[in-house]
Design a protein around this ligand. Structure first.
Ligand code: AMP
Length: 194
């Protein structure tokens, strides 16, 4: 059982790498972004509440996302959990630590995907174009204006987690601008060393 966090700004490749780990290692991906998008389309009160916040590129409340994660943790984690897009605030990081401890588990690694802002903007524009070309729905928050707000939210609320996990001795960094398979190889190396 290996529990990891994939940490990085929006568009860094967290979802892509999480998918690979699910396929190759039988780990369970917990993406709060996916859970919230699901809630958004479900038409529930919570869904309506989060839709507007997400479309503005801002963070949903800690209470909501911690509640979602708590529910999924109870369902069990296969060969380990991959936290993707969670935690995004220091309060969420504290809550995750407490939830894992309560289950007698811990974090094995926090893997930071290091990228630069210009590459991110190019990726997000590309992701929207690809979806459009394939006739798939384009994420409402995948446009340059909202992306700027998502990036701001990342630097303001999420980037302090880098220091938090560095101090805990859990932080590992990977070059997120390398080709997808190279990034996957670097992550595999970190997991195999655990
Ligand atoms: P993502 O798919 O991870 O980029 O998330 C899409 C959007 O969902 C974010 O821009 C936030 O509005 C919201 N969101 C996802 N995860 C969290 C989280 N852990 N805390 C707060 N808001 C979140």
């Amino acid at each position: 059982m290996t529990n990891i966090i994939l940490l990085g700004p929006p568009g860094a490749g967290k979802g892509t790498q999480a998918q690979k780990l699910v396929e190759e290692r039988g780990m369970v991906q917990l993406s709060t972004g996916d859970m919230l998008r699901e809630a958004k389309t479900s038409g529930t009160e919570m869904g309506k509440k989060v839709a507007e916040v997400m479309d503005r590129g801002q963070l949903v409340t800690d209470e909501i996302v911690i509640g979602l994660i708590e529910e999924k943790l109870k369902a069990g984690g296969g060969n380990g959990f991959i936290f993707d897009g969670f935690p995004r605030t220091l309060a969420q990081a504290d809550a995750l630590g407490a939830l894992l401890a309560k289950m007698g588990q811990k974090l094995d690694a926090v893997i930071q995907l290091v990228v630069d802002d210009e590459a991110l903007i190019a990726r997000i524009v590309g992701r929207a174009e690809q979806a459009r070309a394939a006739g798939q729905p384009v994420r409402a928050d995948d446009n340059p204006e909202v992306f700027a707000d998502r990036l701001r939210a990342y630097y303001k609320s999420t980037s302090p987690l880098i220091g938090y996990y560095y101090h805990a001795g859990e932080l590992c960094t990977v070059d997120g601008l390398a080709p997808i398979d190279e990034v996957a190889g670097a992550i595999a190396q970190i997991l195999d060393d655990k």
